[in-house]
Design a protein around this ligand. Structure first.
Ligand SMILES: Nc1ncnc2c1ncn2[C@@H]1O[C@H](COP(=O)(O)OP(=O)(O)O)[C@@H](O)[C@H]1O
Ligand SMILES: [Mg+2]
Length: 215
């Protein structure tokens, strides 16, 4: 097996990297198509804290995921090693674009970039897209925390199109259920499986699964 390495990166903090990493991981692990691993490269350790809460809630075998931590520079090696026996390896990165993040993007076949639909958040996105382009890695923007019926969202989408950045057609709404689910070591598809947020998450996971292809 040679798994795809997916880096969730965005210079801007609070854009939803950790939330997206956890949600994509659980949604794709649940399909059973291949084993999924996650790596926390952010020294803040949010994904690791989430994983520990998940272990407490579901037991080590019940998490459905392999978890590792890594330094920024060690991410490439760790990801490639995990990709030998995992179809998908997801790296959660700190809010930077420097040497703490570049190895993760270098190792990745796909960089998922969460963007809240505001101008200011889009400005922060360019640097991450540029690094991905320099490394020859595909990038995919994902609109996150999208408010209902905001004209601004369409403005931002128009600008993304003008910039020529690939953007997922699935988007995640601004829903407290995302945050609440993470607090118990779970994801919205587990805590609110019939809600809108779960539907959005599964649509995004399907879109990403199609990009990954069979492994
Ligand atoms: N779609 C969403 N709806 C509501 N809250 C969200 C959503 N995505 C993320 N959040 C919240 O926003 C904050 C930042 O998200 P996080 O995933 O930690 O971002 P990052 O890892 O980029 O810093 C957290 O409190 C998280 O619960
Ligand atoms: Mg984070």
């Amino acid at each position: 097996m040679s798994g795809l390495v997916l880096s969730v990166s965005q210079q801007k903090g609070g854009s939803g990297k950790t939330t997206l990493a956890a949600h994509i991981a659980v949604a794709l692990a649940r399909t059973g198509a291949y084993p999924v691993a996650i790596i926390d490269v952010d020294p803040q350790g949010s994904l690791g804290t989430w994983y520990e809460a998940r272990e407490d809630a579901l037991g080590e075998a019940g998490t459905g995921l392999t978890f590792r931590t890594s330094s920024g520079w060690g991410a490439r090696r760790e990801a490639r090693s995990l990709a030998r026996d995992h179809g998908l390896v997801i790296i959660d990165t700190p809010p930077k674009t420097d040497s703490d993040v570049k190895p993760a993007i270098e190792a990745a076949g796909l960089v998922v970039i969460p963007v809240q639909p505001t101008q200011v958040d889009l400005w922060a996105t360019g640097q991450t897209v540029d690094i991905a382009r320099r490394e020859g890695t595909d990038a995919l923007l994902v609109l996150n925390r999208v408010p209902p019926r905001a004209a601004l969202t369409q403005d931002v989408l128009d600008e993304i199109e003008a910039l020529g950045y690939p953007v997922a057609s699935a988007r995640l709404g601004n829903r407290t259920a995302f945050a609440a689910s993470m607090g118990t070591g779970r994801t919205i598809i587990e805590t609110d499986p019939r809600g809108k947020g779960a539907e959005e998450t599964l649509r995004l996971a399907e879109e990403i699964a199609a990009l990954i292809g069979p492994r």
